[in-house]
Each structure stands twice: as C-alpha cells, then as structure tokens.
Design a protein around this ligand. Structure first.
Ligand SMILES: Cc1ncc(COP(=O)(O)O)c(C=O)c1O
Length: 434
C-alpha cells in the first residue's frame, strides 16, 4: 500500500500548529495529521488521504461521523438557538432517556466534559459522606483534574496505596486525599477499604479499566464491601456508557454503582457529560433538600447545552434500534480477528486486550494482563511503530485503543484487514533490521 502523502496545505497547517500550539497540538492525538472531514467510519486528512477511523473522536462517534440523523437534529436545534443557560427540551429529554437506560441513574446533572463530571462525582461522594478520601485504581483514567491525575500512569509503580501525582502543578495536599488500589485484586481493595472505611468518601473505578476487563467477581466484590460500609461506588462510564451496552458497563457486567459519570456518546460529538446516580445522593445538588451545609453548587455556562443534547438524543435513538449493538459487536469481533491474525502471521509478540467494542494490541510476551502493572513492560516502541504503519496503510488509530463504530461496513473491515496485515509485516521487517 501507498504511504500517506502530505500536501502543501497540510504542511502549512502543521507548521502553523507548531508555532501557535504548545507541542504543536491540542494535547490529544499525534500532531502530524490534520483531519479535514469524517463520514461514517472514515476520516480524510487535509491532503486528501483516506482512513478507516478507529479513533472516532476518542469514542463519541459510535454511530459514525456526520450521521444524517444526528446532523439533522443538530441543524434543527441550531436554527432555534445554540445555548440558553436555562433548562431546554433536548437536555430534559436526554436526562429522562439516561434515567430510563442506566441502572443507577435516578437523576442526572449535566456538565461539558468527562473531566468535569468525574471531578463533580468525587465531590458529590464527599458531600454525601461528609468525608474526604477517595480510593481510585492504579492506571484508572478519570480525566485531568488534580484528583484524576493521581497514579494515572506512574512509571515507578511502587508507591501504592500512596498516590503519586502524574502532572506538574498539583498541590501536595491532594495526594493525601487519595488512596490507590490495584485493579482486579479484590482482596487488596477490600483490605484498603476496610482499613480506611471511616475516612473514605467514595471509590471511583473504570469498570473496564482502559483495555483491561474486570475479572469475574471483582466488581461484584467491590459493590458488596462499599454497600456494607455505606461508601458510594462511582463507575466512571465516560467511555463505557452506552457503548458496552445501552445501559453501559453496569448493564454489561451486571453491577449497579451508586453514582456514574457519562460523556462521549451522550453528546453525539458535542461537549456534554453527566453525573447520574441515586436520588438520595444527587440531592446534594439541591439546596432545598440538603440545606446550605450539604449543598454542592454546580454551574456551567454550557452544561446541558441544547445542541449537544439534541445530538446525543439522536445518537441514542439510533443505538436503541434493534440489532445496533449486535452489529457493533460483530464489527468488533471481525476487526479483533484481523488484528490478531496479522500480528500472529508477522510473528509480533502481542496480546489483544479489551471487549469487542473497544480493545487493542498490547505488545508483550505476557499471556495475560489484569492490572496496570501488567502493562508496564509492554514494548512501547513496537506499539508506536505498528500504529504509525497502520496509519500509513489507511487505518486511523491512536496508541490507546481501537473504538468500533456501528458505521463500519464490509469495505471498511476488508480495508482494515489488509492495512493491519501490511502494518504488521512492515513493523516486523523494520524490527528485524534494527
Ligand atoms: C474513563 C474516562 N474518564 C474520563 C475521561 C475524560 O473525559 P473528557 O476527555 O471528556 O474530559 C475520559 C476520556 O477519555 C475517560 O476515558
């Protein structure tokens, strides 16, 4: 296959980006590609190179880019005005849809990003429990707040359960408010929760942590001990919500938390996130229910934005149709199989980790990975090189994870299989030369 070609216009934009943006980018995906447009399961860069897209905007575009029904809903709303800082019909209807779909959701409060929703969820647990410590899991991603950045990607993982800040600029005091447990080790989590039960405000977890699914019994065990001590359990469903199933990871794994956070899909490609949970806990957003001392103000200029809510509602309508999740899972299984076959045939040591709707190859000699530390010795250089070759061969993906779309069709899957085969072969050849 032909390597992507970078035209003069894209080059000029990339140069401009390097001048005006720190590190040449938005902090997200690698900066060498400037995306121009997306349609269905594909994106095109400014130079006209076409890719099958497995980044999907880092997950929101589950039904595909520029879906005509989502676009129509957005255009209709935009014609009525873009934002009001007041209740609006799309936001109210979206909240009602979330309450219907998500097991823990008795009430919903909107924000604009997953980071915000997670920060509010942790504060909500603190307001409810009138205690301050939060337990999170090593390697778990809960956005970019001071708390979320504790032990997110420690290279020296020896500190846990003491938290380690993974960003400059975080006050030392934050470390003392967090406890870190190993994912999928129920006995260790139980011991920590038991020992700190009087100080803990909440436990926050990605029910599927990055690419790592929970081992059987882990989430159930966490649910049981947090319920026993009355400690709110928060599922960060920013990624998994409406993706693993219509009711999210809590439906898929059959464990209901007290609070969850949602993002990505519920905004249909626009900035929208939510905290949802038991009414007794959500009452802390309502001064009339909890009084001034228990009240947790939550104000956001764009919270519940009607354009984003209209896009989210249209997205959920599509996902609710019979066969939608079966199709997404079937697409995922096909891509998983193609990736596995390509890596095996090229002799690259890799493990495919995840669930059929989101997964990736981890370049490792290990037979399994069940926690953050299990992935520490993965071959990052091979990861980077394989994904660079995948993009060069027409598959747009990050080093993080493959997101599957309902919009991926037979041609996308066939092109993906060919691109993975070429990328794996070229990666193996290059590795043999070095
Ligand atoms: C599990 C999880 N939580 C929170 C976030 C943060 O969401 P946002 O990027 O909208 O702030 C992400 C983003 O990828 C995520 O994957």
């Amino acid at each position: 296959m032909q390597d992507r070609r970078m035209g003069a216009e894209e080059q000029e934009l990339a140069d401009m980006a390097r001048r005006v943006l720190p590190a040449g980018g938005f902090g997200n995906m690698a900066v060498e590609t400037v995306i121009h447009r997306g349609l269905g399961g594909r994106v095109w860069d400014v130079s006209g190179n076409e890719y099958v897209d497995y980044l999907l905007g880092s997950g929101p575009m589950l039904v595909g880019h520029a879906h005509p029904e989502v676009n129509a809903a957005v255009v209709e709303q935009v014609a009525q005005g873009s934002t009001f800082f007041a209740n609006s019909e799309p936001g109210i209807r979206l909240a009602a849809e979330i309450v219907d779909a998500v097991p823990c959701a008795e009430q919903v409060r909107f924000a604009s990003s997953g980071t915000e929703a997670d920060a509010y969820a942790m504060r909500l647990a603190r307001a409810f429990r009138r205690r301050s410590k939060i337990l999170k899991f090593e390697g778990g991603y809960h956005g970019m707040s001071d708390y979320g950045l504790m032990s997110l990607w420690p290279s020296d993982a020896a500190n846990a359960p003491i938290a380690q800040p993974d960003s400059a600029g975080i006050p030392d005091s934050v470390r003392d408010e967090m406890l870190i447990a190993p994912f999928n080790d129920l006995a260790a989590a139980q011991a920590l929760i038991h020992a700190h039960r009087e100080e803990l405000a909440g436990v926050i977890i990605e029910p599927m942590q990055r690419l790592i699914p929970p081992v059987p019994g882990f989430l159930q065990g966490l649910r049981a001990i947090t319920a026993e001590y009355g400690i709110p359990l928060i599922f960060d469903e920013v990624v998994t919500g409406f993706r693993l199933a219509y009711g999210g990871a809590q439906e898929y794994y059959g464990v209901t938390p007290d609070i969850c956070t949602l993002g990505k899909i519920i905004g249909g490609g626009f900035p929208l996130s939510a905290v949802a949970g038991r009414a007794e806990i959500m009452a802390h957003f309502d001064r009339t229910k909890v009084g001034a001392a228990g009240f947790m103000p939550q104000i956001g200029t764009l919270s519940g934005n009607p354009v984003a809510a209209a896009a989210g509602l249209a997205t959920l309508r599509i996902l609710k149709r019979p066969g939608a999740y079966e199709r997404i899972f079937a697409n995922g299984r096909a891509v998983w199989a193609a990736l596995e076959r390509s890596l095996k045939e090229a002799g690259l040591p890799a493990l495919i980790l995840g669930e059929p709707v989101m997964f990736d190859a981890v370049f490792t000699h290990r037979a399994s990975i069940t926690d953050y530390r299990g992935g520490l010795d993965m071959d990052r250089d091979l990861t980077r090189r394989f994904n660079e070759r995948a993009r060069a061969n027409g598959v747009f993906k990050s080093d993080g994870k493959i997101y599957i779309s309902l919009a991926h069709d037979g041609r996308d899957l066939a092109d993906t299989a060919a691109a993975f085969a070429a990328a794996a072969r070229e990666t193996a050849e290059a590795a043999a030369l070095t």
